[in-house]
Ligand binder design. Structure first.
Ligand SMILES: [Zn+2]
Length: 183
């Protein structure tokens, strides 16, 4: 994969989210934040996540949506169960995925991070192809930006967030980051 000048990645669908703004001037992108999300909760394959990030969630479509349909949130990338990857916000822009958060003495992790949402939950194992897509995307981002740390949402918002959750296999993911793509 290569990065376009617009920082949209090849082979990744781009669905624009209105929920972004500018990063602080001179702020390097140094952190990857891994999340999980599913809408409705624990249901996979529908359009709920896309609708949430594009402010088009129907509050009548599911009881849970009434609570969240007004949220203005986004992510840079969303990796579905089948590995399909959708980008919502250009990497150079600030997506709204981390909320109140801290990492290594700095607050507001949205300023200096890229958010990657895995379609999943805290109770279901992620799929093989999600790990492959996540590792490939992560390596591309590592080659493009001065990434120094990769963390879970729960690491930067402890007590408030639990994702990517106990089913996310960090050992497997970190090992996959070290495997080079076959030419
Ligand atoms: Zn999260």
């Amino acid at each position: 994969m290569q990065v376009h000048a617009t920082n949209r990645l090849n082979n990744i669908a781009f669905v624009p989210s209105p929920n972004f703004d500018e990063r602080p001037a001179g702020c390097a992108i140094s952190l990857l934040v891994i999340h999980n999300i599913s809408l409705p909760p624990d249901e996979f394959g529908g359009d709920g996540v896309i609708e949430l990030f594009t402010n088009s969630l129907d509050p009548e479509a599911h009881p849970y949506y009434r609570d969240i349909h007004g949220l203005k949130v986004s992510t840079h990338f969303f990796i579905r169960r089948d590995g399909e990857t959708i980008q919502f916000v250009p990497c150079e822009k600030r997506a709204w995925h981390a909320g109140e958060s801290h990492w290594k003495g700095k607050s507001c992790c949205n300023d200096f991070s890229i958010g990657i949402e895995l379609e999943g939950s805290d109770t279901a194992p992620f799929t093989d192809i999600q790990y492959m897509a996540l590792a490939a995307l992560s390596r591309t981002l590592q080659n493009t930006y001065p990434i120094t740390d990769i963390v879970g949402h729960s690491d930067i918002a402890p007590g408030r967030k639990t994702d990517p959750g106990p089913c996310f296999d960090w050992k497997r993911y970190r090992a996959a980051l070290l495997v080079r793509d076959c030419a």
